[in-house]
Ligand binder design. Structure first.
Ligand code: C5P
Length: 208
């Protein structure tokens, strides 16, 4: 069973993906980490964000097993990720590794922006997780402030709106709900209610 979870920044899709993976005993890939790793490498190497070939080369050199989520969570890396993710050569380079992950025997859970549309269009279950920009900004603000980043709520909201516009407006694999994805809007749901709803969606699709 392949479960494809897509949605905008700070929608809670990662939490849902991890919980479903644990519940069904499936491997999980947070595909945002791939773009974040390329963005972080670009920042560290001072690569020009217009230099698509140099950024695609960084994407090709990624080692999935060496990704460190904690080191890639900053707002600056998220912004760099969103910029490199708009480049078709970077996306093309990261396609195979994601598709190979999805095709493992027994299945997998992947979360990102284009899982249900591009990476795993035949996934048995597709969930589009979303929440209002204000609710997402509040969550991301608490997360970043808790990690000691000097940010304000207004800055985080502006970042979220800018990223939404870039992720949805790009020509290459934009953030868009797959026609057969079920929407899970968790603006007014807490973590448990959100997970319960996700399990209901899986059960309705697969009987599991
Ligand atoms: O989900 P996360 O915020 O970690 O993703 C970082 C950035 O990577 C997103 O803003 C998006 O631009 C990009 N991304 C993508 N396609 C994916 C996953 C992430 O374009 N499948």
């Amino acid at each position: 069973m392949i479960i494809a979870i897509d949605g905008p920044a700070a929608s809670g899709k990662g939490t849902i993906a991890r919980a479903l993976a644990a519940h069904f005993g499936l491997p999980h890939l947070d595909t945002g980490l791939l773009y974040r790793a390329v963005g972080a490498k670009a920042l560290a190497d001072h690569v020009d964000f217009e230099d698509e070939a140099a950024l695609a080369a960084r994407a090709g050199a990624l080692d999935l097993a060496a990704l460190d989520p904690e080191a890639l969570k900053s707002g600056a890396v998220g912004e760099a990720a969103s910029r490199v993710a708009a480049l078709p050569q970077v996306r093309a380079t990261l396609l195979t590794v994601q598709q190979d992950f999805a095709r493992q025997p027994g299945g997998a859970v992947l979360d990102g922006r284009d899982i249900g549309t591009v990476i795993a269009p035949h996934a048995e279950v597709k969930i589009f997780v979303t929440a209002s920009p204000e609710a997402r900004a509040e969550r991301r603000y608490r997360e970043l402030a808790g990690r000691g980043e000097p940010v304000t709520y207004d800055q985080v909201l502006a970042d979220i709106l800018r990223r939404d516009a870039r992720d949805s407006g790009r020509a290459s694999a934009p953030l868009i709900r797959a026609g057969d994805a079920v929407v899970l809007d968790n603006t007014a749901l807490d973590r448990n209610a959100s997970l319960t709803r996700a399990l209901e969606i899986v059960a309705a699709r697969t009987g599991r």
